[in-house]
Design a protein around this ligand. Sequence first.
Ligand code: NAD
Ligand code: WQD
Length: 363
Amino acid sequence: MPTIFLTGGSGYIGTHTCLTLLNAGFNVIVLDSNINSKKRALKKVLEIYKLSSFNFKNQLFFVEGDIRNENLINEIFEKAKNKKMPINAVLHLAGLKSVRESINNPLEYWDVNVGGSIKLFRCMIKHNCHTIVFSSSATIYGIQEIEDSIKEDGSINPINPYGENKVTIEKILKNIFDGSKENWRIANLRYFNPIGAHSSGLIGEEPRGIPNNIFPYICEVGSGRIDKLQIFGRDWPTRDGTCIRDYIHVMDLAEAHKSALDYLNKKDSEFINLNIGTGIGTSVLELVKTFIKVNECNLNYEFAERREGDSYHLVANNELALQTLNWKPQKNLEDMCRDGWQWQKFNKEFLENTSSINLQKLI
Ligand code: NAD
Ligand code: WQD
């Protein structure tokens, strides 16, 4: 079975993607510094996976380390080769992702996100691995003043260092693709707004401190840890005055990674940018009301000023992804709200619950 090198595999999207890859039979090597994740997250992935596989421990390897450590990445490629499981492709998710933090600490963001990616790409070249799926973001489209959904060739106009990092990494990958004598296969997945969790409630998003994004914030308010949600703006030119986003279930997003790998594996050479969203716009108020209805809970909220840097309408035109990948989002907003809340409840109750499963070390 092919071996995938999954950077950032202990994080929110990484854990769900890891599970999807294991279920599809891939061997997975995760590199993560755990700067924004818990060590137990991957153990929980194995707890879910072991229900469907006897061999559950032998497919997943974990390396704790930094994406900027080029020696370590080289060692990972070499060890994998020695173990007769050479790395066939990379899924590059490791990075820092807070817009606000990127404004306050731009050097760290350029260093980790762009510097770390360059080191990873150099190691890929050295070890003749030319297939990569990269976690890009809808944030690269910047502030949109249109009500149509956005296509991949829409204007790219990042308005913060985090967004600039993502655009730069996409450009570096294009330079590699254009300039290399080898055939590269590259997919930049531009995620829209991933929310929700695996339906088991065992893995999910676990932001450090007070969340910035709306969905984990709603979960915290629902569970009483935060008093009230502020809805930023009620006078936007939308159907109910609140901003519209394209929320996608994290398991559908995880599946898109597997589909992207399958797609790239069938090509000799490819460079493709793909919007990964549902194509459905949901307002903040609609999200809040669906969450309350599905989970039969209370949610305190109030309206506040518009947030600087917000677009009022950001929805993916996902036609290219639907046509290209053998993929289609399966889950609706109610699933996202239900599964996200399930994780919040489990997470809260069993936060300190450690697992008896030990992760296999590669190094
Ligand atoms: P996350 O923070 O949960 O996961 C990222 C993982 O990378 C974490 O486990 C973190 O510990 C690890 N990491 C950070 N710096 C590292 C370093 N120097 N070396 C090794 N590991 C490091 O975030 P996520 O939501 O799972 O996002 C995954 C990727 O998707 C990121 O690249 C992010 O920019 C991108 N993305 C996320 C969203 C979103 O809304 N969650 C949207 C678009 C794109
Ligand atoms: C969604 C909507 C807010 C919080 C961000 C990043 C983007 C990508 C996804 C990584 C907006 C409103 C929010 C709150 C609110 N991440 N809101 N009250 O801004 O669409 O995208 O996450 O790549 O790069 O920018 O997501 O969840 O912050 O906001 O009313 O307390 O919820 O105004 O309309 P956003 P978000």
